[in-house]
Design a protein around this ligand. Structure first.
Ligand code: CA
Length: 230
């Protein structure tokens, strides 16, 4: 599950990032409203945690833009204000829930889980996301951590296959038939070479590494490392 947290207070932002990461979520933290607005409008998240009081684009404005654009991502508001008017305004603009600061982390986590369970967001099939790697299918464009990555047509198909089947070990023979439309008997070198090129582009300069070699079996793309909690 991929969450966006928009919070300008350094301490609260770090606290949320750490706590939610430890709880097993992939967390993207925006430290101002402008970045938060951009991320919320251009990337796919399962839930957005939104501070109301931001110095540039405030939380209200972000949720308003989201809903106007028809994006149904659940939004949890964090507000230091506890007046009834503010809560009502947030909910009227399309927030799904709110939490008044200061809050206990356990309370936040419970609200997050409830919203995720309740969420009926239709799966957006035009965009694949794994950690901060995003594949925009209609535009044939890949980005990692917001940086554009140039891919050949084959590399794009290969990455699309790996991302669609995130976490699954894909044998070379399957990759060969799906991406190259060919059957490979023993010479699978072309796949290893393509994987190496793809890795250089999407993993070399980034963490965590996403493409993993499963010895004797094939390849998989996954953001989770082995020591991570399930
Ligand atoms: Ca704030």
């Amino acid at each position: 599950m991929r969450l966006l947290v928009v919070e300008d207070e350094i301490k609260t932002g770090n606290y949320l990032h750490q706590g939610l990461t430890e709880a097993g979520f992939l967390v993207v933290l925006a430290r101002n409203g402008l970045d938060g607005h951009h991320l919320a409008m251009t990337e796919t998240f399962d839930l957005i945690i939104l501070d109301v009081m931001l110095p540039d684009v405030d939380g209200w404005r972000i949720v308003q833009s989201l809903r106007e654009a028809g994006r149904q991502t659940p939004v949890l508001f964090l507000t230091a204000r506890d007046s009834v008017d503010d809560r009502v305004k947030g909910l009227e603009l399309g927030a799904d829930d709110y939490l008044v600061k200061p809050f206990a982390f356990a309370e936040l986590l419970a609200r997050v889980r409830t919203l995720l369970r309740r969420s009926t967001v239709p799966v957006q099939t035009d965009r694949l996301c794994v950690a901060d790697l995003v594949l925009d299918l209609p535009r044939r464009r890949a980005t990692r951590a917001g940086r554009k990555i140039a891919l050949s047509a084959k590399e794009f198909s290969l990455l699309e296959l790996l991302m669609r089947r995130q976490g699954e070990v894909l044998p070379r023979s399957l990759i060969a038939s799906q991406v190259w439309d060919m059957n490979f008997d023993s010479d699978t070198n072309v796949i290893d070479v393509a994987i190496r090129r793809l890795r250089a582009k999407i993993d070399d300069e980034f963490e965590p590494k996403l493409i993993h070699t499963v010895r004797g079996m094939g390849y998989k793309l996954d953001a989770e490392t082995d020591d991570e909690a399930p």
